[in-house]
Design a protein around this ligand. Structure first.
Ligand SMILES: Cc1cc2nc3c(=O)[nH]c(=O)nc-3n(C[C@H](O)[C@H](O)[C@H](O)COP(=O)(O)O)c2cc1C
Length: 183
């Protein structure tokens, strides 16, 4: 697939999932192939810090869903990665996913892809969530297309944040422009 959206929230259809999907919808409407993955219900164990990945060039932690999702990231041209804000930062579930991408860092396996960051908070801390996502993307040498910070507390609240919805459309359009240049 061309554009992969990941929501790190454990709410399957929560605000982060909805905001990520709005960006994907914009891409689909323009004819791009997209896929959405929610980490809700997925088992993502933490990084062991064993450094065995330096030798193996892949994470050695087994029996969970990390491999399958990371293979999708490797197959994509653009990653739209989103997290709810938990204590002014990304949620732990997504952080586990990110930490294990260290296994791909040694050989710069993710370098050159493009990415968009998405964060939702109820009130405060969304800026740091975006910063953490940017840190992940820049460590892996993604080319950063920009981010969107939305506000919402209960599932679906994000649809009332018109500023975030507009920004999501803009980011979707930016992806489309890059992947489908008009001649
Ligand atoms: C454990 C936990 C910590 C949270 N910490 C913050 C926070 O630091 N700042 C904030 O504004 N909202 C915080 N929230 C609220 C969520 O960011 C908010 O409900 C968001 O919309 C959830 O996104 P989701 O529906 O994609 O899961 C927290 C929620 C939970 C469950």
């Amino acid at each position: 697939m061309t554009v992969l959206g990941i929501s790190g929230s454990t709410r399957k259809d929560g605000n982060t999932a909805q905001l990520v999907r709005l960006i994907l919808d914009r891409c689909e409407m323009a004819g791009l192939k997209t896929e959405f993955v929610s980490l809700a219900g997925k088992k993502i164990n933490p990084c062991l810090g064993c450094e065995k990945c330096k030798e193996k060039a892949w994470c050695v932690v087994q029996n969970d869903d990390w491999d399958e999702i990371m293979k999708k990231v490797l197959d994509s041209e653009v990653l739209v990665i989103g997290s709810p804000t938990y204590y002014y930062d990304v949620c732990g579930h997504l952080k586990n996913f990110i930490d294990r991408s260290y296994s791909l860092y040694h050989n710069r396996r993710l370098a050159g892809r493009k990415a968009v960051a998405v964060a939702v908070c109820a009130n405060k801390g969304g800026a740091r969530t975006i910063e953490t996502l940017e840190g992940f993307l820049s460590s892996h040498e993604f080319s950063y297309l920009g981010g969107v910070r939305g506000k919402g507390y209960l599932e679906g609240d994000i649809l009332k944040d018109t500023r975030a919805l507009k920004r999501a459309d803009e980011l979707g359009d930016k992806i489309v422009k890059l992947l489908k240049p008009v001649d």
